[in-house]
Design a protein around this ligand. Structure first.
Ligand SMILES: [Zn+2]
Length: 445
């Protein structure tokens, strides 16, 4: 491990963003430095530029880690994922509501045991780093100890992470239910313990409208009003049966999003998972409130939920903030490269072609914007937090073969997102320290 207090530097092909490729031509939005250097100190990036220009400015004792022609990118950002569902990734045969009953709730019940929580959190964080992901918005379980376990492990790595205790006071097994009062009290205690500590932020986390009473949703809104800078994460319009159930449970509300809006849960740093089946009115409300949607293509395909309307969401007249989520365990991979490959296919099925520069923007700078963290993470520039991943275009024979025929960085990015996965991540850096290498693994093996 490298200490983040000392100066460190990495050399390779830098790919990052100077603009939003959904607003300007992709080639103008992408910033490439063919032989580049990223210099880091005190957890932040201090310089980014050509190696030949910057090499003479380095401290005499600074070692440059050289990655050859590998791509150096900002670390990936996963805006929707459930760490306690890692044990049930790849579970067969159900759609959303039955899948929750059959696989997820039994798996989450095990997290009353702090040792299960700690071991799963460690494995999950190890897998995130293996995938080049350095920030995630994470659902824990209803048990406060599941949040303590996750945050204490994330703190050990020094990663910027967002997480919260699931609130669920109805339509769930007895051993996974809280109450309006215990849900509020446990969340408030966790906020006091973790929110704003190091790089950790708390997210008030009602699972979704089906499993919270109107009173619990109101209490969630109260928590948001009582503490500065909290996130809010929940699910929205993922599956048609889910939407019908919400309409039955909340007949007085005009839409699914209105259920959350009524409780004061729609605003900046509100992250709504999925939003597959929403329309213009909801897109407008998300735009004006600066709330975000987490697009989870592998999950939406795996559970047969539907096709997210990415280009409608990002329409320049009223762009909604959109990030990418793996949504493991309904998602089928923690790799953002694989998620981008599936996002491309979902867009194709809606008649649009997602450009590789747009795709990588969603996984980095766009994801940061969706979390209102674009001034800290998601791009490689002086002053930004020093989280990055290194993408090896020679990771396996077919990739190496296809990459050798690429005539531009854009084509190489598309090859990586179509063929690539965790094998392509040769190193992951967090806060200016190398925390994972493909050869030697991470803190967590
Ligand atoms: Zn989810």
């Amino acid at each position: 491990m490298t200490s983040s207090r000392t100066q460190s530097a990495v050399r390779g092909r830098i790919v990052t963003f100077r603009d939003n490729p959904f607003n300007v031509p992709p080639s103008e939005a992408l910033l490439v430095e063919e032989d580049g250097l990223v210099v880091m100190e005190g957890g932040l990036i201090t310089q980014v530029g050509a190696y030949t220009t910057l090499r003479d400015t380095l401290n005499a004792d600074t070692t440059v880690v050289s990655y050859g022609d590998a791509l150096i990118s900002a670390g990936f950002i996963d805006t929707h994922v459930h760490y306690p569902q890692l044990p049930v990734i790849a579970s067969w045969g159900q759609q959303l509501l039955e899948w929750l009953d059959r696989y997820v709730f039994p798996a989450e019940a095990a997290f009353s045991d702090p040792l299960v929580a700690r071991d799963t959190a460690r494995r999950f964080l190890g897998e995130l780093l293996r995938a080049g992901t350095t920030t995630a918005a994470v659902y824990c379980t209803v048990h406060p100890q599941s949040v303590d376990a996750f945050f204490s492990e994330a703190e050990g790595i020094g990663a910027r992470m967002i997480a919260g205790k699931v609130l669920m006071d109805r339509n769930a097994p007895e051993n996974l239910r809280d109450s309006v009062k215990t849900g509020y009290d446990d969340s408030a205690a966790l906020i006091g313990r973790w929110h704003g500590k190091e790089r950790l932020s708390y997210a008030v986390t009602p699972r979704f409208a089906i499993t919270s009473t109107p009173e619990q949703l109101e209490a969630a809104g109260q928590l948001l009003r009582e503490h500065d800078g909290l996130f809010m994460q929940t699910h929205l319009s993922e599956n048609l049966h889910e939407i019908e159930t919400v309409a039955r449970l909340f007949p007085e509300r005009s839409s699914y999003l209105d259920v959350y809006d009524h409780a004061g849960l729609v605003g900046p740093r509100s992250i709504f998972g999925h939003g597959v089946h929403i329309g213009e009115k909801e897109f407008c409300r998300c735009h004006e409130s600066a709330a975000s949607l987490a697009h989870c293509p592998t999950s939406n395909l795996f559970l047969g939920s539907g096709l997210f309307k990415l280009f409608e969401a990002l329409s320049p007249e009223r762009p909604v903030r959109v990030g990418l989520g793996t949504d493991v365990g309904a998602g089928t991979s923690l790799s953002q490269l694989r998620t981008l490959g599936e996002a491309y296919k979902v867009a194709q099925l809606t008649g649009r072609s997602l450009h590789p520069v747009q795709a990588f923007w969603l996984a980095t700078a766009g994801g940061a914007g969706s979390l209102h963290l674009e001034d800290r993470i998601g791009t490689l520039a002086p002053g930004m937090e020093a989280d990055l991943c290194v993408l090896d275009p020679h990771a396996f024979p077919l990739l190496d073969y296809r990459a050798s025929r690429c005539e531009s960085v854009e084509e190489l990015l598309f090859t990586l997102m179509t063929l690539g996965d965790e094998r392509c991540i040769s190193a992951t850096w967090v806060g200016g320290a190398c925390v994972h290498t493909r050869e030697n693994g991470s803190l967590y093996g």
